[in-house]
Ligand binder design. Structure first.
Ligand SMILES: [Zn+2]
Length: 149
């Protein structure tokens, strides 16, 4: 933890760390040395992925240089895979820090989402996707993951 003015959402446990530990099931696209990519069950795009550091970092201010590099490479690779697997007209990338920026989980994550047929991404209420459906998305994206550059 570092000293900052960012107000984090309350809560003690961390859902992402539980997924990474395997104590709660989730749909992973990739598990790397420093970073991982998962399929959020709140799909706001077609599809909508999350890229996270494997170590618990609450905001972007806590990310190390090597994690920052690995995160952006993973975000780029996720965009390549979405482009190849889903052929969307746009891909949105966003990352939120603090309650006033709409951060909901206190573990830094980058959203990577193909745009919807109606354009843009969904900022309203979304239904939670069944885990089996999220795992199907993960398989489809993984099949199109770019090889190392
Ligand atoms: Zn965490």
């Amino acid at each position: 933890m570092i000293d900052s003015s960012i107000d984090l959402p309350s809560g003690s446990g961390c859902a992402f760390c539980e997924y990474l530990r395997g104590s709660r099931p989730f749909a992973f696209v990739s598990r790397g040395h420093l970073v991982s990519t998962l399929v959020t069950r709140e799909q706001r795009g077609t599809p909508h992925l999350l890229v996270i550091p494997n170590k618990h970092r609450q905001t972007i201010l806590e990310v190390t240089d090597s994690e920052a590099a690995a995160l952006l490479i993973e975000v780029r690779d996720a965009a390549f895979a979405i482009d190849a697997a889903y052929q969307r007209p746009g891909i949105a990338v966003w990352q939120n820090n603090g309650i006033s920026a709409h951060q909901a989980i206190r573990h830094v994550h980058f959203h990577v989402a193909g745009t919807l047929d109606s354009g843009g991404t969904n900022w309203g209420e979304v239904e939670e996707l069944p885990l089996a459906d999220a795992k199907q998305i993960a398989e489809r994206v993984r099949a199109h993951w770019p090889s190392r550059r």
